[in-house]
Write a protein that binds this ligand. Structure first.
Ligand SMILES: C[S@@+](CC[C@H](N)C(=O)[O-])C[C@H]1O[C@@H](n2cnc3c(N)ncnc32)[C@H](O)[C@@H]1O
Length: 209
């Protein structure tokens, strides 16, 4: 087993300046040392997308939020290995934290890739994307800012589309009632690659303020 595998989540959270376990809004300009556009990925999993975006877009900043310890450890290790300076990991539940971690109109883009679909009807209430959550995202997005979502789960995709189209601050970039079924030119997440390889249809949704 390598030394890195022995580092605990607790040690990472104490020692890495890329990791933030915070209960109030930091000064993001001070955190990143610049005023570059601020992008948020909610539920980054093992972090393939945010790591690649951080490398590809050095003039933007990226914040990943998740509570999956193993994924956080992997991402922090890779941020340090590749010396990526424009990406930070925030520990926690997006349902609670986004409301106070960002000012109004502070976010440039929000990515939510393959949110847990909670397929059983009695679990639908656990889904992340609800009208109240969309309101918070809309409030935090700057004018011209965007929310990008992907899911393989058709009924969740339809629900997400309906909820977003009811939010008057946002509009569907691809036309009312429309999804994209292909998205080229940006990094793919672990789940995205898995579903594409399995021949599954993916629903991409994009909304702008
Ligand atoms: C199905 S996985 C998708 C991971 C990754 N986005 C991908 O496409 O490979 C969903 C991820 O969202 C995270 N997650 C679920 N609910 C969340 C919440 N309320 N706040 C932050 N992260 C959440 C989970 O821990 C998990 O890492």
């Amino acid at each position: 087993m390598s030394f890195k595998n022995l580092i605990s989540f607790e040690e990472i959270s104490k020692n890495s300046s890329n990791f933030l376990d915070i209960d109030s809004r930091p000064n993001w300009k001070e955190v990143f040392g610049n005023d570059n556009p601020l992008n948020l990925e909610i539920g980054f999993g093992v972090g393939n997308f945010i790591i690649e975006m951080g490398i590809r877009e050095p003039n933007e900043n990226f914040i990943g939020m998740d509570f999956y310890h193993k994924g956080i450890r992997k991402v922090i290790t890779r941020l340090e290995k590749y010396e990526i300076n424009n990406t930070r990991i925030v520990y926690g539940d997006a349902k609670e934290k986004i409301a106070f971690l960002f000012n109004r109109e502070e976010l440039n883009r929000v990515y939510i890739k393959f949110p847990d679909p909670w397929p059983k009807k009695r679990h639908h209430k656990r889904r992340l994307i609800k009208p109240s959550f969309i309101k918070i995202l809309a409030d935090k997005l700057k004018c011209g800012g965007e929310v990008h979502i992907a899911t393989d789960y058709e009924s969740y995709a339809i629900e997400i589309l309906e909820f977003f189209e009811k939010e008057c601050l946002l509009s569907n970039k691809n036309g009312v009632g429309e999804f994209l079924f292909k998205k080229e030119g940006i990094p793919k997440t672990k789940y995205e690659k898995k579903f594409i390889n399995a021949g599954k249809r993916i629903y991409y949704l994009e909304f702008t303020k």
